[in-house]
Design a binder for this molecule. Structure first.
Ligand code: PMP
Length: 410
């Protein structure tokens, strides 16, 4: 018999809804997102966000590409499409990958909603709660979130100024039996470091010998300002059958497109496609077709060259300003590309405390501690140099210098 409806105005006895999943309760929101909110105040010169420079977006070219996608077939552009992605875009990504030294067919590529989704799909395909995932220390924050949400036990591989130390990796793999190693080997976020070719060879060998998946995340590789390209980890002997290479248009076209991809061996790709069906069926058709039109008709490489030239200038302005301003016992690196400089404050300094003072001086950065899976170094910080002009960068570092003086005497 149907239950009688409670008369209007009568309180219905209520039990609380069941609790959230443990994973949702245990993984915190990104502290960097909170800092970004703080730094959006007017007048702040922010080295905090890892954003591409919006004034460099090819807005006209992209608008024309969307027009062309609609003109060619508006109905197709607005319709559901395949989970793997638009064939012409997969082919174009494969051709670019092949041209950069890794022979790739269109079928090897799955288009994703940002490379962030590629990471989630690989994690869904490979990781059971309790599995060990190895990461660089420090590493990309949203990768840590992704692995922790999956219930992984995240273990940091010892790194030095050049990235992963192969001997330490071999020892950890033998001891911990991890499922995968996640690495950003080129112009890493947050450190800007690039893993040298000889270490890539060693990492691929260790993965092959000891049995390990490799996830090579490469959103920054085309933003090189000096030096020679280093072949992808995926291109090294031993890595072929066990590497998921993640790519993205975010840093070379625009992040709002949310277009990334994964290139992986067939079985892993199939598992990722099933995971993607459950996540979002497919990546936006219209965005994919617009990107495909852009690649077919505009000159992405010329655009990347423009972006590179601007970012090189900004990186150099940051370097000059840092060496003029920071005390001698501060350390920082000179990345050959990407978007980030990694710095270390003098002894007894805490970058999170300094940030509070810095914001009052009108400058911001991201403290390095949250990027560490273990053993956070409170003296570290990340400076992104992409979104300000050289004069703004010079002024921002002058403010940082004043904040450091106040912090030191405070
Ligand atoms: N991996 C790394 C290392 C990143 O720094 C970022 C973005 N900052 C991503 C992945 C995500 O990029 P996308 O916009 O392609 O999702």
């Amino acid at each position: 018999m149907p239950a009688a409806a409670a008369p209007a105005g009568t309180a219905v006895p209520a039990s609380p809804p069941p609790p959230f999943a443990a994973r949702a309760a245990s993984v915190e929101g990104s502290p960097v997102r909170e800092i970004l909110a703080l730094t959006e105040r007017p007048g702040i010169i922010s080295f905090a966000g890892g954003l591409p420079a919006p004034e460099l977006f090819d807005t006209e070219g992209l608008r024309a590409a969307y027009d062309a996608a609609f003109a060619a077939s508006a109905r197709r552009a607005l319709q559901y499409s395949t989970t793997e992605g638009a064939p012409e875009l997969r082919a174009a990504v494969a051709a670019r990958t092949t041209a950069r030294g890794l022979p790739t067919g269109a079928d090897d590529v799955v288009m994703t909603s940002g490379s962030q989704q590629a990471l989630t799909l690989i994690t869904t395909a490979l990781i059971e709660p309790g599995d060990v995932v190895l990461v660089e220390n420090p590493t990309y924050l949203a990768a840590l979130q992704c692995f922790r949400l999956a219930g992984a036990r995240v273990v940091a591989v010892p790194c030095d100024g050049e990235g992963i130390v192969p001997e330490a990796l071999a020892e950890l793999v033998a001891r911990q039996r991890p499922k995968l190693l996640y690495t950003v080997p080129t112009f890493q976020n947050p450190t800007g470091r690039t893993l040298p070719a000889a270490r890539r060879t060693a990492v691929a060998r260790i993965a092959a010998r000891l049995g390990l998946w490799l996830v090579e995340d490469d959103p920054y590789g085309e933003l090189r300002y000096e030096g020679a390209d280093v072949p992808w980890l995926a291109a090294h002997p031993g890595a072929e059958d066990r590497t998921a290479l993640l790519g993205s248009f975010s840093k070379i076209m625009a992040p709002g497109l949310r277009l990334g991809w994964l290139r992986a061996p067939a079985a892993l790709r199939r598992a990722a496609v099933v995971a993607k069906q459950a996540a979002d069926l497919h990546t936006s058709t219209v965005d994919q077709l617009a990107a495909a039109h852009y690649l077919a008709t505009a000159d992405l490489d010329a655009h990347i060259a423009t972006v590179r030239a601007a970012y090189r200038e900004r990186r150099d302005a940051l370097q000059v300003a840092l060496s003029r301003t920071l005390p001698a016992d501060c350390e920082w690196n000179l990345p050959e590309g990407g978007m980030f400089v990694w710095a270390r404050l003098p002894e007894d300094h805490d970058a999170s405390d300094l940030l509070k003072t810095a914001v009052t001086h009108g400058v911001a950065f991201v403290p390095g501690a949250p990027f560490h899976a273990t053993a956070p170094d409170p003296r570290t910080l990340r400076l992104s140099f992409t979104t300000h002009t050289p004069p703004e960068i010079t002024e921002g570092v002058a403010r940082l210098g004043r904040a450091l003086t106040e912090y030191g005497t405070g």
